[in-house]
Design a protein around this ligand. Structure first.
Ligand code: NDP
Length: 342
């Protein structure tokens, strides 16, 4: 029997939704989680796909999540919105906040969203892509759990702290980058461990502070920021934006909440949306877009280049035709969560 299964996207969605609902989520929370997981599988971002279902289930059992929470939207200032996720999972709170953020950025030219009190923020590209699909420039920032050493240190303090950016284009997918400020996402190390593969050099040090390529030793030690002090400064900025600025937890505080070591952190996210046409005196959006396209053409003139987001958009087109490949062991584990036998 093969170690993998081919699933249609609807089957991925149903697996994720059923596992979350069978373990306590409201229908809306489960549907929003399944939307996020299916999008990640579709775009070949496996560390945020079905691989995450056991983390959601464990978080409901061990982390004090409110899986039936209904997110509440409020206005803090004309261009600053807040969503209190009520200690539910992030996807439904993000959905609530992003729709309002889009409207507000169109009205005001620029708007921010402070998302508080949620568990398990996933990849950030879905939310910035949603902003770009609405014609806006988008930014998103979130902390995690203290896994990453500050520059020069060897003890975890920062989260892997991703930030994402999206630029809208005409008649084609937006430019989107979404990257951890660590040398790798933690999920990538977990995927290497699951697959029995070594991690690249430069991703982590072990508990003894020495560089390691063994995923298990890396998970017990400290991850490293990308690019030394430069990545560490971005991790620091993300801590401040998604922690102190919006009145939510720093990554080390989220780590203190996650005593069970579930790895589905509690925290917040900060998003910014800008209406690009409102940033030029003549409001000429077509000229602005064409100016950006000239830069993208210059990039692609060079051999070996591609635009950020392109890999995902290509994977998305393949998944629509072929479905996605899922490890059988993961599929069986999720079925056991649905049946109540795990
Ligand atoms: P990667 O290093 O795989 O990719 C980072 C970005 O760079 C992507 O947007 C990618 O685009 C782009 N990119 C990669 N190669 C090239 C290239 N050759 N030319 C141009 N662009 C390129 O991501 P990370 O491992 O840093 O992060 C993975 C995910 O994990 C992210 O989605 C992040 O949000 C998430 N994460 C979530 C955390 C959380 O706690 N919520 C914590 C840390 C990470 P493309 O997608 O097209 O490959």
């Amino acid at each position: 029997m093969s170690g993998t299964l081919q699933l249609r996207l609807e089957e991925v969605h149903e697996l994720a939704r059923s596992a979350c609902e069978a373990n306590g989520c409201s229908g809306e929370q489960a549907r929003a989680i399944a939307d996020t997981i299916t999008a990640a599988e579709r775009d070949q971002c496996h560390s945020h796909g079905l691989f995450r279902v056991p983390f959601f289930v464990r978080a409901m059992r061990e982390s004090g999540v409110a899986p039936r929470a209904e997110p509440r939207l409020e206005e803090l200032a004309p261009a600053i919105l807040r969503v209190d996720g009520g200690l539910g999972f992030a996807p439904l709170a993000l959905e609530t906040g992003c729709n309002a953020l889009i409207e507000r950025a169109r009205e005001q030219g620029i708007a921010a969203l402070c998302l508080n009190n949620v568990f398990h923020i996933s990849a950030l590209w879905p939310e910035v892509e949603r902003l770009a699909d609405a014609g806006l420039v988008g930014f998103a920032f979130t902390g995690a759990i203290d896994y990453v050493a500050p520059a020069g240190g060897d003890k975890p303090l920062y989260g892997t702290n991703p930030m994402a950016f999206a630029w809208p284009r005409n008649d084609q997918p937006p430019i989107v980058f979404d990257q951890a400020s660590a040398a790798s996402a933690r999920g990538e190390i977990q995927v290497h461990l699951r697959e029995g593969k070594p991690i690249p050099e430069g991703w982590a040090v072990g508990p003894d502070g020495q560089p390691t390529t063994d995923p298990e030793t890396a998970l017990a030690g400290a991850q490293l920021p990308f690019g030394g002090h430069k990545g560490a400064s971005i991790a620091l900025m993300v801590e401040l934006l998604a922690g102190a600025l919006i009145g939510d937890l720093f990554s080390y505080e989220a780590g203190e909440h996650d005593r069970a070591g579930v790895g589905a952190p509690r925290g917040g996210e900060f998003l910014l949306a800008i209406d690009p046409a409102r940033c030029v005196a003549d409001g000429n959006r077509e000229a602005q877009i064409e100016h950006a396209e000239r830069l993208f053409r210059r990039i692609l003139e060079q051999d070996g280049t591609r635009l950020p987001g392109q890999r995902r958009f290509e994977a998305r087109a393949r998944a629509a035709a072929e479905g996605v490949t899922v490890p059988r062991s993961l599929h069986d584990q999720i079925q056991a969560f649905i049946a109540g036998t795990a």
